[in-house]
Write a protein of this length. Structure first.
Length: 241
């Protein structure tokens, strides 16, 4: 296994391919062993052979892509955990993808638990800060299309009354300001979400607090906004997954 990995790594260093003899020399493997491993790796799809030269195959490229994606996810998880600990609040990351609200990751602790998803986040975007923040980044046609699929409904007694009131609120939302929601989705909880737009993807980072700590909400949201702003460049690729 280790010898096969050495061969794969060596082939990966040669963008334009390499012959078996060169690969044997560079890996320090005996030529017969190199030929045997190369045949096996070609058969399994990890390498391909073209005019006597060896290149990475589809299986190796899929493995590389999967590893890169996992690294990006790990980067986001670490960032959310860092902000959770520094600010002392649960932190959420969500995006709007293919017409749906998708909560990608939540980072919380037993002492600062996230709001329980008791009503499907995808269907109740009108009632929580995450959804309102994402919808505020869409154009009017996309907003109305979303609300046609997921009509405004009462979640708590504080929930926005109807789609007209919601659309009016979204129109008045400042793209640079946190979106605040107080008990519209869950009684006893207040939430804030900050917009993140990367290319055509609408995203948001959000936080939540119990109502008795409502005075912390806006300062905490501002702190998160500042933290995200400092790291946005390095996180750009990761948070677009």
């Amino acid at each position: 296994m280790q010898r096969a990995m050495r061969l794969l790594e060596c082939v990966a260093e040669h963008e334009h391919g390499a012959p078996a003899k060169q690969l044997a020399r560079e890996t320090g493997l005996a030529l017969p062993t190199t030929y045997h491993l190369l045949r096996t790796l070609v058969h399994e799809g990890y390498l391909r052979r073209d005019k006597g030269l060896f290149f990475l195959g589809e299986a190796a490229e899929r493995l590389s892509s999967s590893g890169a994606q996992e690294k990006r996810r790990s980067t986001i998880a670490e960032a959310l955990a860092h902000w959770r600990d520094v600010i002392g609040v649960p932190v959420y990351y969500a995006i709007y993808r293919d017409g749906e609200i998708e909560v990608v990751r939540v980072s919380d602790t037993p002492g600062n638990p996230a709001v329980e998803e008791w009503a499907d986040f995808r269907e109740t975007g009108h009632a929580h800060a995450i959804g309102q923040c994402l919808l505020s980044q869409l154009d009017e046609e996309a907003r109305r299309a979303h609300l046609d699929r997921y009509p405004v409904q009462s979640i708590t007694r504080y929930t926005v009354r109807d789609s007209h009131a919601l659309l009016q609120r979204l129109d008045q939302t400042d793209r640079m300001q946190p979106v605040i929601e107080r008990q519209e989705y869950a009684l006893g909880a207040v939430c804030a979400a900050i917009p993140i737009t990367l290319g055509t993807t609408a995203g948001t980072m959000a936080i939540s607090l119990p109502c008795h700590q409502a005075d912390r909400l806006l300062p905490a949201a501002r702190q998160l906004q500042s933290e995200v702003g400092r790291l946005l460049g390095s996180l750009a690729l990761s948070i677009s997954i």
